[in-house]
Design a protein around this ligand. Structure first.
Ligand code: 2AM
Length: 201
């Protein structure tokens, strides 16, 4: 159950993300303006582009504070990452979203460390599936008339410019609250940690 109803405690939909540097976010947004143009696509807002590290689901206020504390105890340095060309998920046949894979051993290490520390505090149950770092850039609207099946995409997004495939550093961890809205979810930062440069902890 989400948000508030009657006297029920307010629960918030939470996730921890690695934020993209402004320059990368702006570059992906500019690419998206040219490429995420099929009318059945709903591009993710530029300010909402991120790599999800841990999806936490709906949590009460006390847990929000405890999760923020775990985040603040992160000892990782900034993590080297990179973006790859867009791919349809779960596959070409009936894509429900498009994502840019963001393969990075350092991001994987950071994700494992966060998951382990959250689990140790009883704040998260690790997922069975492997972590797949990616940036979701668009979701596909449903076919309509009550169907949940994604509509067919006629105009596929082309590859990224070379400049967007250069490695970059992920420099910030953010605990977000996701607020579901008709025009697309809005992500509200609740706690943030700047990751230090290598050798500057
Ligand atoms: P997605 O981009 O791959 O859809 C906010 O919704 C963020 O949490 C999104 O990045 C989304 O991933 C991720 N998310 C939503 N539901 C999730 C789930 N059940 N498991 C893992 N990640 C999820």
């Amino acid at each position: 159950m989400a948000e508030t109803k009657g006297n029920k405690p307010r629960r918030q939909r939470l996730f921890v993300a690695l934020d993209l540097p402004d320059k990368i976010r702006a570059g992906v947004a500019a690419w998206g303006r040219d490429e995420l143009v099929d009318p059945v696509l709903k591009p993710v807002r530029p300010e909402s582009l991120h790599v999800t590290l841990v999806f936490l689901g709906h949590r009460g206020a006390a847990e929000v504070e405890a999760i923020a504390d775990v985040l603040r105890e992160t000892e990782s340095e900034m993590v080297l990452s990179k973006l790859e060309d867009p791919i349809p998920m779960p596959g070409r046949k009936r894509a429900s979203m498009f994502a840019l894979p963001a393969p990075s051993p350092a991001t994987g290490d950071l994700q494992r460390d966060l998951v382990a520390r959250l689990a140790e505090e009883g704040l998260h149950e690790p997922e069975e599936r492997n972590f797949w770092p990616h940036v979701t850039v668009a979701r596909v609207r449903s076919e309509g008339s009550g169907s949940r099946r994604p509509a067919a995409v006629a105009r596929w997004p082309a590859e990224l410019p070379k400049s967007l495939k250069e490695p970059f550093y992920g420099v910030r961890l953010t605990l977000y609250r996701s607020v579901l809205q008709p025009g697309g979810s809005q992500y509200v930062p609740l706690a943030q940690v700047e990751l230090p440069r290598s050798g500057q902890q």
